[in-house]
Design a protein around this ligand. Structure first.
Ligand code: SAM
Length: 225
């Protein structure tokens, strides 16, 4: 994402009720943040917020947390929340952190589902560990995802997608389904909510890849090796 520093971003995020300021204080307590026992789903790299806000609007019985590392980008998501379409939503929050810190913010088994949408490709091999679908990140997700919790990943970048399929296998995750052309796959595209990048790239004619994978089960659980 091209980034322009917006000086007022930090202050706006600090003052906004939808942004959790010290998210590490909520570790293990996210249900209290929302005041209900509904499942918590997160989007890592939420960008300008279109996906998560629409998901929250369509799924009032699920709590959503959008994670974005840049305040100038998250500002856009907060501004979108403030529009008439989203400003009354109670089931969404944002946090401004690097997702490498995810285990500091969510407790063991606290997250029901993780969404990754159009994650940065980090094309250089030496940066592979920074990719949000790398084994290193999958190990972090495992610590916060509940058993049988799942990860959904969309991208138009086929190299990153193939890398991700490999990484899922290497990390021992179970691949439930995948497609190299989401918008022409009736079953997987059902109820699909477009992200900003998805709209941009599909308008250019790029096919969209999607995979759904289930967390590796802990060795101590019955039925696992
Ligand atoms: N998900 C949005 C979409 O599909 O339109 C935005 C996609 S944009 C290419 C990727 C976003 O992920 C950027 O806003 C970037 O700042 C964020 N991001 C990348 N790595 C991250 C990390 N480690 N922690 C938090 N956010 C991250």
């Amino acid at each position: 994402m091209r980034l322009r520093n917006i000086p007022r971003a930090e202050g706006t995020l600090q003052a906004h009720k939808i942004v959790i300021k010290r998210p590490e204080d909520q570790k293990g307590c996210w249900r209290q943040v929302f005041g209900n026992k509904h499942p918590v789903r997160i989007e890592v790299g939420t960008g300008k917020g279109r996906f998560i806000l629409n998901m929250a609007k369509e799924n009032p019985d699920i709590n959503f947390v959008g994670i974005e590392r840049y305040s100038s980008v998250l500002l856009r998501a907060v501004e979108m929340y403030d529009t008439d379409e989203f400003k009354d939503l109670q089931n969404v929050r944002f946090i401004c952190i690097d997702a490498r810190r995810i285990e500091e913010v969510f407790g063991h088994d606290e997250v029901e589902r993780i969404y990754l949408n159009f994650s940065d490709p980090w094309p250089k091999a030496r940066h592979a560990k920074r990719r949000l679908t790398s084994v290193e990140f999958l190990e972090r997700y495992e610590k916060v995802l509940m058993p049988f919790g799942r990860l959904e990943f969309k991208t138009d970048n086929t190299e990153l997608f193939n890398f991700s399929l490999e990484q899922m296998k290497e990390a021992g995750w179970t691949l439930q389904c995948f497609t190299y052309d989401l918008h022409h796959n009736e079953e997987m595209n059902q109820g699909n909510i477009m992200t900003e990048y998805e709209e941009k790239f599909s308008q250019k004619g790029n096919p969209i890849n999607k995979l759904i994978a289930v967390r590796r089960q802990a060795a101590s659980q019955p039925g696992t090796i």
